[in-house]
Design a protein around this ligand. Structure first.
Ligand SMILES: Nc1ncnc2c1ncn2[C@@H]1O[C@H](COP(=O)(O)OP(=O)(O)OP(=O)(O)O)[C@@H](O)[C@H]1O
Ligand SMILES: [Mg+2]
Length: 238
């Protein structure tokens, strides 16, 4: 799904979290929102997902105005830094949760089992369905969080520092995992990071933010081509 952000702005009291920003995200792109703390990355991601509403501007999904759509109507798959798994549910139940909560559109139990099994294979943890989140490593939990986000068959994936709490080795594995899942599903994927290497390694398109503004948009090699001093300055000034 193509996502267009058209002159979106957001104030929190006197703080301009986002000045009017505009951005076109091509269908199927893997996009990094990169910038220092407080630059507006999470605010922009939450506006895309319908967790927050902008003061001005529009969000378009495949050219259709989606600004007023609810979270459910947008069908975004979310993954956050903190493990948002339900502790009292098994991995299987966690992944199935979004499907079971669908009311009348709830799939039959056999279909739920089929889908959860397939998602466990996709995250390369086929045997952990019966475990509880406390019995998993941090990296495994984030894989399960990813599977749960995918279970609802989202139209896009939105990830906020999904690997932020993990050590370097696991982080690297999960980057590759996200890349593989992205390539398999073809979902337009937006992930927030303040790690420059992560953005460069993983993304097709890097959006550099600073103080509620978009400073640069480009492919990793184009962003890298900028003088390092400029890049560093944009961080320091924020
Ligand atoms: N709910 C809120 N109420 C008040 N101010 C907020 C709220 N959410 C964000 N802000 C402010 O808006 C600005 C942008 O915040 P945002 O969370 O989008 O930044 P970020 O780039 O995600 O930062 P970080 O890397 O620390 O997560 C900050 O100045 C922040 O304090
Ligand atoms: Mg944030």
């Amino acid at each position: 799904m193509q996502i267009d952000i058209d002159e979106i702005s957001k104030l929190f009291g006197a703080t301009a979290a986002l000045h009017p920003v505009s951005l076109a995200l091509p269908s199927g792109a893997l996009v990094a929102l990169l910038g220092p703390s407080g630059s507006g990355k999470t605010t922009l991601l939450r506006i895309l997902g319908g967790l927050e509403f902008p003061d001005t501007g529009r969000v378009l999904f495949d050219g259709q105005d989606a600004t007023g759509l609810t979270v459910q109507e947008r069908r975004a798959g979310f993954v956050f830094q903190s493990y948002a798994l339900f502790r009292h549910m098994t991995v299987f139940e966690n992944i199935a949760y979004g499907l079971r909560a669908r009311g009348r559109q709830r799939p039959a139990e056999a279909e739920i089992t089929r889908r959860v099994t397939r998602l466990l294979e996709l995250i390369q943890l086929p045997d952990i369905g019966k475990r509880y989140p406390t019995q998993l490593s941090g990296g495994q939990r984030q894989r399960v969080a990813l599977a749960r986000a995918l279970a609802i068959e989202p139209r896009m994936l939105l990830l906020d520092e999904p690997f932020g709490a993990l050590d370097a080795k696991v982080r690297k594995e999960l980057r590759q995992g996200l890349r593989d899942i992205h390539d398999t599903t073809g979902l337009t994927t937006v992930f927030v990071t303040h790690d420059q290497d992560e953005a460069m390694e993983l993304a097709d398109l890097v959006v550099v933010m600073s103080m509620g503004r978009i400073e640069q948009i480009g492919r990793p090699q184009d962003i890298r081509a900028r003088p390092a001093s400029d890049f560093v300055r944009s961080f320091i000034s924020a």
